[in-house]
Design a protein around this ligand. Structure first.
Ligand code: URA
Ligand code: SF4
Length: 219
């Protein structure tokens, strides 16, 4: 395990989710407060806030990028195609999704209309920073042993904008957030693989990462 303490740069934002954060309350109170967050502009076009879900005592907490089209409509994280793939990979790695807590770096869906379809847009750094107080509050409440960043957006939200997923995937790092933080790919990267062979390879590597994570959770 690399004993590197990563510090996130703290930008001073005029507005952020911090303006909406209740003090010292439960996960449920946090979720209710987040439903009314206007910490950045993303609430304007999205259907609803998609807060994290899962066991409040989870030993492992997964962080994605932001809700997608299905999550935005249903109001739950990782329920669309990427979420189904995540559930399948977790099962193969022996991690029960109901023992985990699953959330996102950004709690509102960012998209552009293309015809009748809403196409995912990557959140800007300033939007990720604005939303981070919710993520940090979730981590403070759940106090997981292991925090897993799924993809670069989550990794940078947790570990700073200089974090490079390609170089640091699979390495546990210490952080003020949790005893162990680790980054792996986002399941939607597997869905975007160019062909079946690549998809199978990416899935196998993802499951390997999750098995390593399962061991650290059990240790
Ligand atoms: N992708 C994410 O990053 N999060 C979700 O909740 C769904 C898709
Ligand atoms: Fe608040 Fe985050 Fe939604 Fe922006 S994306 S309005 S900071 S919950």
């Amino acid at each position: 395990m690399a004993g590197v303490v990563q510090r996130r740069g703290r930008a001073k934002l005029e507005h952020s989710a911090a303006d909406f954060l209740p003090s010292g309350t439960s996960l449920r109170a946090l979720r209710e407060a987040a439903a009314h967050c206007r910490g950045c502009d993303l609430y304007k076009d999205a259907t609803q806030t998609v807060f994290g879900e899962g066991s409040a005592r989870a030993k492992v907490l997964f962080v994605g990028e932001q809700p997608g089209d299905s999550e935005d409509k249903e109001g739950h994280p990782f329920v669309g195609p990427a979420g189904k793939l995540l559930s399948k990979a977790l099962e193969e790695a022996g991690i029960s999704r109901s023992d985990a807590y699953v959330t996102n770096a950004v709690k509102h869906f960012k998209f552009i209309w293309r015809g009748k379809r809403r196409i995912h847009q990557k959140p800007r750094r300033i939007e990720v920073l604005a939303c981070t107080p919710w993520l940090e509050a979730e981590i403070r409440h759940v106090r997981p042993r292991v925090v897993v960043a799924l993809g670069a957006t989550a990794a940078q939200a947790l570990l700073g904008s200089s974090f490079r997923l390609t170089e640091n995937r699979r390495h546990f790092v210490e952080s003020p957030l949790a005893p162990r933080v680790i980054a792996t790919i986002h399941p939607s990267a597997i869905l975007r693989a160019p062909d079946d062979a690549a998809r199978r390879r990416e899935m196998a590597e993802f499951v390997e990462d999750l098995k390593t994570i399962a061991q650290a959770v059990a240790a």
